[in-house]
Design a binder for this molecule. Structure first.
Ligand code: DX5
Ligand code: ZN
Length: 221
């Protein structure tokens, strides 16, 4: 099995038939469902919450669901997502008053915690938190919208995080989110990333035609 994982972001899916869209990308080889939660407060957009996560589980989705919280405050929504079937819950350090507590809440609720760094957010807090995390998520766009352009300086951050993970001998996933597609995924992988979020690259083309369209794009990633 490949150590690389593809995580389609359902932000770019057709929400009118979300269950089918998720089934199709998983059947085409995707590994994880990336689930973007936006609150029109921490980020300038509004998306989906625990009800939709629960609906995907009830629909029969068994793949890991990677809940990317772009909300402030963070803590009170964590138990709801845990109950709704989230696998990973990641949050932005700027959105939590007590980062260590939030990580503990996620872990204690039975989910895998991750920290998300915006492009210009320094990595300092990893010094104290890396060994408590299952995932580090690097934003390669400013959060809020799909379809934005990849910010190249994040590659250097990826190399630094990979180095920190290796130096400490930890088993922490390094995920990247934003502007990833067939044109740059190899370069991103070479920087040490193992989990690739892709929204518009996966769901963007020919939304309502053939479900098998996902096979070739996921194979190309
Ligand atoms: C942006 C979201 C992303 C977004 C990525 O704030 O966190 O997950 O869906 O979309 P693409 O792959 O189109 O950049
Ligand atoms: Zn995301």
């Amino acid at each position: 099995m490949s150590k690389f994982r593809i995580a389609p972001s359902i932000l770019s899916a057709n929400f009118a038939k979300l269950g089918e869209e998720v089934d199709n990308v998983l059947a085409a080889g995707a590994d994880i469902v990336h689930f973007d939660v936006m609150d029109n407060h921490y980020v300038p957009n509004l998306t989906i919450g625990p009800l939709v996560c629960e609906a995907l589980r009830k629909h029969g989705v068994t793949a890991p669901i990677d809940v990317h919280l772009m909300v402030k405050p963070v803590d009170r929504i964590i138990p709801d997502f845990a109950k709704a079937g989230a696998t990973y819950i990641t949050f932005h350090p700027e959105a939590s008053e007590h980062i260590d507590r939030t990580i503990g809440l996620i872990r204690d609720s039975g989910c895998k915690p991750g920290l998300v760094f915006n492009p210009a957010t320094p990595l300092d807090v990893l010094e104290y938190t890396l060994d408590k995390l299952d995932m580090v998520l690097l934003m390669s766009v400013n959060p809020g919208f799909g379809g934005q352009k990849f910010i190249p300086y994040v590659l250097d951050k990826a190399r630094r995080v990979r180095q920190m993970i290796s130096a400490r001998g930890l088993d922490v996933s390094l995920e990247i989110d934003g502007g990833v597609g067939p044109a740059n995924i190899l370069e991103v992988a070479k920087a040490g990333v193992d989990t690739f979020v892709a929204g518009s690259a996966v769901f963007g083309a020919a939304k309502d035609s053939d479900p098998h369209r996902y096979d070739s794009i996921i194979a190309a990633l």
